[in-house]
Design a protein around this ligand. Sequence first.
Ligand SMILES: NC(=O)c1ccc[n+]([C@@H]2O[C@H](COP(=O)([O-])OP(=O)(O)OC[C@H]3O[C@@H](n4cnc5c(N)ncnc54)[C@H](OP(=O)(O)O)[C@@H]3O)[C@@H](O)[C@H]2O)c1
Length: 237
Amino acid sequence: MSFALQFNHVIKKELVMTQKSKVAVIGLGNIGTVVATNLAKGNRSVIVADRTLEKANKLSEKLGSLVKAVTITDAIKEADIIVLAVWFDTIKELFKSYAKELQGKIIVDPSNPIAPDEKGGFKKIIDKDQSSGQILSSLLPNGAKLAKALGTLGAASLEKAAFQQHEKAVEFYATDDTSIDDQIECLIRDNGFEPVRIGGINQSIRIEVFGDLHEFGALGKTVTLAEAKEVGEPALH
Ligand SMILES: NC(=O)c1ccc[n+]([C@@H]2O[C@H](COP(=O)([O-])OP(=O)(O)OC[C@H]3O[C@@H](n4cnc5c(N)ncnc54)[C@H](OP(=O)(O)O)[C@@H]3O)[C@@H](O)[C@H]2O)c1
């Protein structure tokens, strides 16, 4: 490649980097920590926040300069995409407490509406045929856009299967707003996965725990795009 071409290539890459939406991860437990870690590995800047700044600072110090710790209010103000890596009921609380700040933002919901059962497993805490995605979409702050994403694998697989060498593992997502598809797909790619849109929020139930496309549902494992096609996912054909 000539010097001029190489230079153009670098400039274009820089441009794409600077044009990426600002992303914040709120809630730094199992999922939030892996998402922030994957993004840093994917060379994507990420803002992190939790109930205390101390916890966010700790993660930022561990992950390096791409990861900035701020308060929840500042995270929402600064970012375009807010990953709410907290429990379903906490998301509902955050919608209320930060209704103004969340206006017009892209909200990523990885939540599963589950709680421990009496037998050491998990049970659904909403009706069998409901999804947390659909419930949350009815409670969205004004002008906010919702994507159900980053919750279709357990935290261990989200860490282990990220940036797979030969063929990337798939992360399914759903949203009613096709105008945010590119931003969500870029977020998933920068997490080290191949994004696959399965439809609108009414499809959320399929990618939540017990759903047919969830690791802890009928799918039962991580899949590559080719493997997802083999299990007959119609959105892929
Ligand atoms: N774990 C998985 O394998 C998995 C897989 C897919 C999807 N998910 C979903 O991802 C979400 C998070 O799960 P998780 O396993 O990561 O839970 P987790 O380990 O319990 O982490 C939740 C985090 O949220 C923080 N938090 C609680 N209330 C908060 C508030 N009001 N504001 C800001 N931060 C708050 C917690 O802080 P404190 O520690 O201070 O309470 C904790 O750091 C859940 O909706 C879950 O269904 C989990």
